[in-house]
Design a protein around this ligand. Structure first.
Ligand SMILES: NC(=O)c1ccc[n+]([C@@H]2O[C@H](COP(=O)([O-])OP(=O)(O)OC[C@H]3O[C@@H](n4cnc5c(N)ncnc54)[C@H](O)[C@@H]3O)[C@@H](O)[C@H]2O)c1
Length: 333
């Protein structure tokens, strides 16, 4: 199958591309290779992907509509998995404009070109952060999502709305995936596991927000990749109306929103303790208040994804942390 993956040099895009290439698909990656975090890490991921004969790549920003058009018309993907975005809640407070450009204009360009090239299924990254200040836990796709706390979350919510409108007018099948804190080997340097590990090893103080009183639904990368792969072939359509319980399928468009998480509550302090245990070293902690824009808790309900695909996340956080540390120590000597 011919698949375009945007953000292929990013954390999730790299793992997904590699898995799809291993399974014999033709993958065309798109990434700007921006310097939001260490470009060498992106280059190292891309170098691995370039070893596959069935991989091709275009370096471009999503904002460059001309280059996107050329790439799509040449490759003619059947499926598009749109993962490229300016990620990170905290950075969106410093640099909101970047989020509007990458996530709103960029995603609009992807939706528009997918329409023009008659893509059979567009799968797009959303985020658990769209649940914002919601109190009802675990989060379900059919819950109201009106209270985003950061511009990052607001751009993801607006992606969902834009995608729905296009799906309605042009009948493009679109699935939005709300990811819950993804971690694992080749993970992002701006995220907790990477920062904590680096800090502990370098004897530097680590920032622990909300004085450690928060929890996350940490989801291991292999479970995420597995979930995306399963959903790629489950194209939303109106014949499925009424088939699944608590379905988020739109009643007017081939459009669905799905949570993809591990469904376990992991307290931040337990997460840190596990890293300390594995490294055999105590962290020096700098307890801080809750960061602006941040949420205290996330927890997914993934019953819908399970009904549709049989999704069943397998990696608990202790094993996941261990696997990350193996990679980290090896990669950074
Ligand atoms: N990792 C998580 O925990 C998590 C959680 C929720 C949602 N998400 C979403 O999943 C997707 C993938 O996240 P990730 O963790 O792999 O992030 P990542 O930053 O590692 O990957 C994103 C990639 O997109 C590229 N990119 C960014 N802006 C671009 C632009 N304007 N044009 C072209 N390329 C651009 C970057 O260079 C990067 O390689 C993102 O949409 C993110 O918002 C991730």
């Amino acid at each position: 199958m011919k698949i375009i993956i945007t953000g292929s040099s990013g954390f999730i895009g790299f793992h997904l591309s590699r898995k799809l290439l291993e399974n014999g698909n033709k993958v065309h990656g798109i990434d700007s290779m921006n310097n939001y975090y260490d470009v060498n890490l992106k280059k190292a991921r891309l170098k691995i992907l370039r070893k596959y004969k069935n991989f091709s790549f275009t370096k471009t920003k999503l904002e460059n509509q001309k280059k996107l058009n050329k790439t799509f018309f040449k490759f003619r993907p059947k499926i598009v998995v749109h993962l490229a975005a300016q990620a990170g809640v905290r950075y969106s407070i410093e640099k909101p404009r970047v989020y509007l450009d990458s996530n709103i204009t960029g995603s609009y360009n992807i939706i528009e070109i997918s329409k023009k090239t008659n893509v059979k299924h567009l799968v797009m990254a959303s985020s658990s952060s769209v649940y914002g200040a919601n109190k009802r836990i675990p989060f379900k796709e059919i819950d109201k999502t009106e209270t985003q706390l950061s511009i990052y979350a607001a751009t993801k919510k607006s992606n969902e709305s834009m995608a729905h409108s296009y799906s309605n007018i042009w009948k493009i099948p679109i699935t939005m995936l709300r990811f819950f804190t993804v971690y694992g080997p080749w993970g992002r340097p701006d995220m907790a596991l990477f920062k904590f590990t680096k800090g502990i090893l370098k004897n530097k103080k680590i920032d622990v927000y909300n004085n450690g009183k928060m929890y996350r639904d940490f989801t291991y990368i292999d479970d995420i990749v597995n979930g995306i792969e399963l959903i790629m072939n489950k194209i939303p359509n109106k014949n499925q109306l009424g088939k699944f319980k608590n379905d988020s399928l739109s009643n007017i468009a081939p459009f669905r929103i799905l949570n993809i998480g591990n469904t376990k509550k992991i307290y931040l302090m337990d997460f840190i303790k596990q890293i300390e245990n594995e490294l055999g070293k105590k962290a020096r902690k700098n307890f801080m208040p809750l960061q602006k824009g941040d949420v205290k808790q996330t927890l997914s309900n993934t019953t819908l994804l399970k009904q549709i695909t049989g999704y069943n996340p397998k990696t608990n956080y202790k094993l996941g942390i261990k696997k990350f540390l193996y990679w980290y120590l090896d990669h950074y000597n």
